[in-house]
Design a protein around this ligand. Structure first.
Ligand SMILES: NC(=O)c1ccc[n+]([C@@H]2O[C@H](COP(=O)([O-])OP(=O)(O)OC[C@H]3O[C@@H](n4cnc5c(N)ncnc54)[C@H](O)[C@@H]3O)[C@@H](O)[C@H]2O)c1
Length: 324
């Protein structure tokens, strides 16, 4: 009878620190871009107007991970998270289920780790503020992981909901950052050297004209075919555009699909994070350039992060077993 380890969100936070997770997620991206993982495109379905995804991947050296995830923006008014998920981890050889864990926290952790990998290769040498537009759930993890790689004292923030900006300000101050709450995205982005977009917008919130040089833009929102978080200028000003998966971004976000279809961007100019991390493509060309990392999220991140959580939980005796 298989014994399955249950891991809560709180336990995952404890097990998957930036010091552990960033390097592991980087390895998973390299394996993905070298074609060593098995990662079919995620299955997307719409349920009562909301996005649901089933994401599965085998990452050699880690395991088989399957995530069921939904994104329900109206949950904010219900006092529930926008993103909820469960991740299952399986042994790739025996097929036995190994662990079941909170996928909401795991998603935020692995997304933070991917953004941090982009900052490692693409953030400018020059130090300056990190700007965050959209200060909801993901933003906290984005700040914690990206600032692990790109150290800064100052964070500039903007959110259309005053309450979200205020509570994020308290959170970031508790981590020791000086926080400047701004009245617009343009004001937040002004003078920032790293810009993080983490909104649920469908229309551009980061415009090229807001950006000063050098800047690294990280955009994790706009995960639908027609949705955009970045305008055409932000894309055309970029000396490099890096994505998690060329195939996935063309299917799943207007931020890359629309500029490609309009001829503003050619796909041969778009690199994958795994190609940058392995040294095959360059993430930043000049000290003064604007660079863009766009992600929609890949199942490899969940499978690798779940396997690392399982490994660390066994090592540290964390979690509870259930016999199935
Ligand atoms: N790329 C990835 O791997 C990945 C992973 C997880 C989540 N996401 C995406 O990240 C985004 C944020 O997710 P979340 O869980 O933090 O959601 P959330 O609802 O907790 O936070 C989103 C925040 O954006 C704010 N916002 C919405 N429109 C805005 C605008 N025009 N200007 C400024 N602020 C605005 C909202 O008020 C809210 O505070 C979603 O689009 C989600 O799909 C991407």
């Amino acid at each position: 009878m298989p014994r399955v380890l249950l891991l809560s969100g709180r336990e995952l936070e404890e097990l998957l620190s930036p010091a552990i997770l960033i390097d592991e997620v980087e390895r998973a991206f390299v394996a993905f871009s070298e074609g060593r993982t098995v990662t079919p495109p995620r299955t997307v379905m719409w349920v009562e107007g909301n996005w649901w995804g089933v994401m599965q991947s085998y990452v050699p050296g880690y395991g088989v991970g399957v995530k069921v995830v939904n994104v329900i923006p109206a949950n904010l008014e219900r006092g529930l998270p926008t993103i909820q998920a469960i991740v299952n981890l399986f042994d790739p050889t025996t097929g036995s289920p190994l662990a079941v864990m909170d996928g909401g926290v795991l998603t935020a952790l692995r997304t933070g780790a991917a953004s941090a990998v982009s900052a490692k290769y693409m953030a400018p040498r020059e130090r300056g503020p990190i700007a965050i537009v959209g200060t909801g759930y993901q933003a906290r993890y984005q700040l914690r992981f990206v600032s692990y790689v790109y150290r800064t004292d100052e964070v500039r923030i903007y959110d259309i909901r005053e309450a979200a900006a205020e509570s994020f300000k308290e959170y970031a101050e508790s981590l020791g950052f000086r926080v400047v709450k701004c009245r617009s995205a343009a004001e937040a982005v002004e003078g920032a050297r790293v810009v993080i977009e983490a909104t649920t917008t469908r229309t551009p919130v980061i415009e090229g004209r807001y950006l000063s040089r050098p800047t690294h833009v990280i955009s994790i929102g706009a995960h639908m075919r027609d949705a955009r978080a970045l305008d055409d200028d932000a894309i055309s000003l970029a000396e490099t555009v890096v994505v998690d998966s060329r195939e996935a971004v063309m299917l799943e976000t207007g931020d890359i699909r629309i500029p490609v279809e309009r001829g503003i961007l050619t796909l041969d100019r778009v690199s994958e994070l795994g190609e940058v991390a392995s040294g095959r493509r360059r993430g930043r060309l000049t000290d003064e350039g604007i660079t863009v990392f766009k992600s929609v999220g890949l199942a490899i991140q969940d499978a690798a992060a779940a396997a690392v959580a399982y490994r660390e939980a066994l090592r540290r005796g964390v979690g509870r077993y259930v016999d199935l």
